[in-house]
Design a protein around this ligand. Structure first.
Ligand code: GUN
Length: 316
């Protein structure tokens, strides 16, 4: 398990919440992964990550570049397959099959979203569960659901959110066991796996969603709140239970003030939680940007190292 550095957390304002610095914590995860990767390389196994990008979605291209860069920083063998948007599902499945069979590759990531003519579920389910570093394959989701964290590859965003939560609990001197945790959002990528991870830490877990009858009251019970709905500022500060640990997974682009150098209206990133009001009530809170975001790529590297380590030990 990845250890995180125990540096002091800053506060938001004079007696505001502790700020959980995802940038700094992700760097400590990456440094730890790089050190363990170099030990694995010394024993003859170089972790290998293959990232597959189909089409020219600019946001996906940025993410994929960042993943490749992080892999190189960690000392991994890193390959990127960039395919045209018109690539057939059969060709994509053939590439996945080749990567599944390639002993130099321990982790395979097919960047989402895929073009609409490709069945994404079929592609994700074609990835060998042992190389599924996104943790999206039903086999890994099943291992997580039965609490077998030793064998599951866990989705990166919830895994990173858990590390931030543990860091915050340490700063506040509290334990996670027995706490009321509320996850807002029920996606397979964040909400559901997050709830499973909290359950594995003995929290009492509620999953709230778009049909929850009284969201404010549900959020108000949370000693641990994880917001993953993708709606800017939807969770209001006055809903938050005083002293709660707030993990904001949302990354939403909204209109900013003024125009940039090229005359285009400025935009900025905000979370699902209204930060300014929430930081006055919470015990600890993640900022957006600079909270959960940087953790996702760090955990992808951690999963790739873990997949490589397991493949090496299964060959002994
Ligand atoms: N697209 C946006 N985030 C992700 C992610 O974490 N994994 C994959 N495969 N695609 C994404």
């Amino acid at each position: 398990m990845t250890e995180i550095a125990n540096t002091e957390l800053r506060r938001a304002g004079e007696d505001g919440a502790f700020l959980i610095d995802g940038k700094e914590i992700s760097q400590s995860v990456l440094a730890d992964v790089a050190a363990r990767a170099s030990a694995l390389v010394a024993s003859g196994v170089k972790p290998g990550l293959a990232v597959v990008l189909v089409g020219e979605d600019p946001a996906s291209a940025v993410y994929v570049r960042a993943k490749g860069k992080a892999a190189a920083t960690c000392g991994f063998h890193s390959v990127q397959h960039t395919l045209p948007a018109a690539t057939s599902e059969a060709d994509l499945l053939a590439l996945v099959a080749r990567l599944n069979a390639d002993p130099a590759i321990h982790g395979i990531l097919v960047q989402l979203p895929l073009p609409s003519h490709v069945n994404a579920t079929r592609v994700l389910e074609a990835i060998s569960p042992a190389k599924d570093v996104d943790g999206f394959h039903p086999f890994n989701a099943g291992l997580l659901a039965i609490g077998d964290l030793g064998r599951a590859l866990v989705p990166c965003t919830p895994a990173g959110s858990m590390l931030l939560l543990e860091r915050a609990a340490k700063a506040l001197g509290v334990s996670l066991a027995g706490k009321e945790a509320v996850v807002v959002g029920r996606s397979n990528i964040v909400g559901k796996p997050m709830a499973q991870l909290l359950l594995a830490r003995n929290c009492t877990v509620t999953i709230a969603h778009s049909r929850t009858a009284d969201l404010a009251a549900t959020v108000g019970r949370a000693e641990i709140l994880v917001a993953a709905v993708g709606r800017a500022g939807m969770i209001r500060g006055e809903w938050i239970r005083p002293g709660a640990i707030v993990i904001d997974v949302g990354i939403n682009r909204v209109a900013g003030e003024g125009v940039d150098a090229s005359g285009k209206p400025k935009t900025r990133l905000v979370g699902d939680v209204d930060f300014a009001s929430a930081a006055r009530r919470a015990g600890a809170i993640t900022p957006v940007p600079g909270g959960v975001g940087p953790m996702t790529i760090a955990m992808l590297m951690s999963n790739t190292l873990e997949a490589a380590r397991r493949s090496a030990s299964s060959r002994l």
